[in-house]
Design a protein around this ligand. Structure first.
Ligand code: NAD
Ligand code: UDP
Length: 318
């Protein structure tokens, strides 16, 4: 099929484009590269089944020719990125999602939304299944992301009810892997970059907060399964193996053999205390579950970062 992928130049989007091309689909990638490096998809430009449109999807989403599916991934995703671009984040979650839904409606196409575990906010229920409605501060600094994704889910559900658009919602939990930007500020990329350059690992708060980390290949398999289905969900897509941030720091130090120290910094406002997905629904309905454990996933990610010392910064030789 021919698939429009908004945010297709980003970390997850570029892996999704590759996965679709690998199985014979055609891809139209729409991206403004506001939080990504065009190098992510440079190797795809010579593929006749791949088209790139450099465009702001908050303004419009137009594609020449027919598409059978729309995967809407465009949005800043790393906290430093969305805190730096608060209004752009709200715009792409609202107007960008509406524009992408309109494209799907015009084409009678399947629509998949990349939503997030952040819609659960700082959850009062643990672990989180899809019936939980969340605990989000609507005016806190993270709200530009959380609330725009909650709106994106709402408008996606409304397009389904009002216009019978064939929609699916993926609630993605923390995902890591090759092509994360070394300095994107997310915890996995930050710790690996710091460990490889001999800089201190910056643990926020006391490091006892938890996240559940999913390797990118697993996540992309889940997105493809959702694209191929006609299920709405929402579906939690993530790896339920939960770890504290301090544990992650220790694992990264051990796996890189780094002598970096651990430094403690204040916890950002409204930083969720714990997060772990219940993935029963995805397992039962989509037949999906993660396969890559954190040791293997980190090994592949560390190897990717290690092969790019110039991008890691100053003391890469340390
Ligand atoms: P990313 O920043 O690498 O990718 C996002 C892409 O969207 C970038 O290429 C960026 O340039 C593009 N983009 C942003 N605003 C745009 C606009 N207005 N017009 C066109 N393109 C625009 O982040 P990612 O980790 O690949 O995240 C992809 C999607 O998955 C996002 O919607 C994010 O909210 C969601 N998600 C990711 C994670 C994760 O852990 N990686 C977790 C939950 C949800
Ligand atoms: N974090 C940290 N050090 C960093 C970056 C992040 O301790 O250098 C913490 C952050 O406060 C949060 C967790 O790691 O508790 C995950 O942060 P990330 O930005 O990767 O994802 P999110 O907060 O969106 O889940």
């Amino acid at each position: 099929m021919r698939v429009a992928v908004t945010g297709g130049g980003g970390f997850l989007g570029s892996h999704l484009c590759e996965a679709l091309l690998r199985r014979g689909d055609s891809v139209v990638c729409l991206d403004n590269f506001s939080t990504s490096d065009p190098a992510n998809i440079a190797h795809l430009l010579s593929n006749p089944s791949f088209e790139l449109q450099q465009t702001d999807v908050s303004v419009s989403v137009e594609v020449t020719g027919h598409v059978e599916a729309v995967a809407h991934l465009a949005s800043p995703a790393s906290p430093p990125d969305y805190l730096r671009q608060p209004l752009e984040t709200l715009a792409v979650g609202s107007r960008g999602t509406e524009n992408a839904l309109r494209l799907a409606r015009r084409h009678g196409a399947r629509f998949v939304l990349a939503s997030t575990s952040e819609i659960y906010g700082d959850p009062l229920v643990h672990p989180q299944d899809e019936t939980y409605w969340g605990n989000v501060n609507p005016i806190g600094p993270r709200s530009v992301y959380d609330e725009s994704k909650r709106y994106a889910e709402a408008v996606t559900a409304a397009y389904h009810r009002a216009y019978h658009v064939n929609v699916g919602i993926a609630r993605i939990f923390n995902t890591y892997g090759p092509r994360m930007r070394p300095h994107d500020g997310r915890v996995v990329s930050s710790f690996i970059t710091q460990a490889l350059t001999g800089e201190p690992l910056t643990v926020y708060g006391d490091g006892k907060q938890t996240r559940s980390f999913c390797f990118v290949d697993d996540l992309v398999r889940g997105l493809v399964a959702l694209l191929d289905s006609s299920e709405m969900g929402p579906f939690n897509l993530g790896n339920p193996a939960e770890r504290t941030v301090s544990e992650l720091a220790e694992i990264v130090l051990e796996m890189t053999g780094s002598a970096s120290e651990v430094q403690y910094h204040p916890l950002p406002e409204d930083d969720p205390v714990r997060r772990r997905p219940v993935i029963t629904r995805a397992r039962e309905v989509l037949g999906w579950e993660p396969e890559v454990d954190v040791t293997e996933g980190l090994r592949l990610t560390i190897a990717y970062f290690g092969a790019r010392p110039a991008e890691l910064g100053v003391s890469a030789a340390a």
